[in-house]
Design a protein around this ligand. Sequence first.
Ligand SMILES: CC(C)(COP(=O)(O)OP(=O)(O)OC[C@H]1O[C@@H](n2cnc3c(N)ncnc32)[C@H](O)[C@@H]1OP(=O)(O)O)[C@@H](O)C(=O)NCCC(=O)NCCS
Length: 222
Amino acid sequence: MRPVAVPGDVHVAPLTPARWADLEALFGPGGACGGCWCMWWRRTRREFEAAKGDGNRRAFKAVVRAGPPPGLIAYRGGAPAGWCQVTPREVLPGLDRSPLLRRVDDVPVWAISCFFVKADHRGYGLTGALIAAAKAFARDNGAKVLEAYPWDARVRKSPSTIFTGWAATFARHGFRVVARRVSRRPIMRCALDTFAPPEDGGKGTHEGGPAGGALRRPLRGS
Ligand SMILES: CC(C)(COP(=O)(O)OP(=O)(O)OC[C@H]1O[C@@H](n2cnc3c(N)ncnc32)[C@H](O)[C@@H]1OP(=O)(O)O)[C@@H](O)C(=O)NCCC(=O)NCCS
């Protein structure tokens, strides 16, 4: 396993309309992967296929314009480098259509449902930085429990298949397995009411706070 160190010049911020151009620069013309534009969990398969590319781009732009911010952008050295979608789970009906990821119980949860790290910024621990920031962002916006849907082992998969992250990364950030419908696909949760804000000395900063305000605090190093 490659060592992961979050570099000190990482800054994470909520995706507000003012940052839409940064998301476009990060995702590129392919909308991250295959014209997705982070609409995969929001649409039925048929809707998704029909809107692939520009239709999904316009739909996600409308989501961002309407607010609240549907996720976080990580900047490395000032350049948009990584993304994670973090929202209340109920805005992502595709999760409940998935036999593996359908709801575990009636507990209201938020979900980390997608990562994308630009190719030249991969392998630097940005997913850990995004998870740390997502915990603070979800908690500051009223979430009590944060859920994730990672892969559990270093299975040989293409990077685009690992868009929900690795279980080991989530475990390091306090997530525990609550369900496992197939061996390599756990559902993990982290209780946010017992989560202490990162301490000084972390690497990087993020902006969080209700509705993606300007609270800045250092990230806990991975
Ligand atoms: C999956 C993805 C987010 C990982 O990004 P990354 O920057 O490489 O991840 P990190 O550096 O934070 O590392 C995360 C974990 O993967 C491991 N890792 C990183 N690069 C690795 C490699 N080449 N081989 C094996 N493991 C690797 C790290 O060791 C780390 O594990 P740990 O947390 O247990 O220590 C990235 O590959 C990606 O964006 N893929 C495309 C996803 C996509 O298409 N999303 C949009 C869907 S529409």
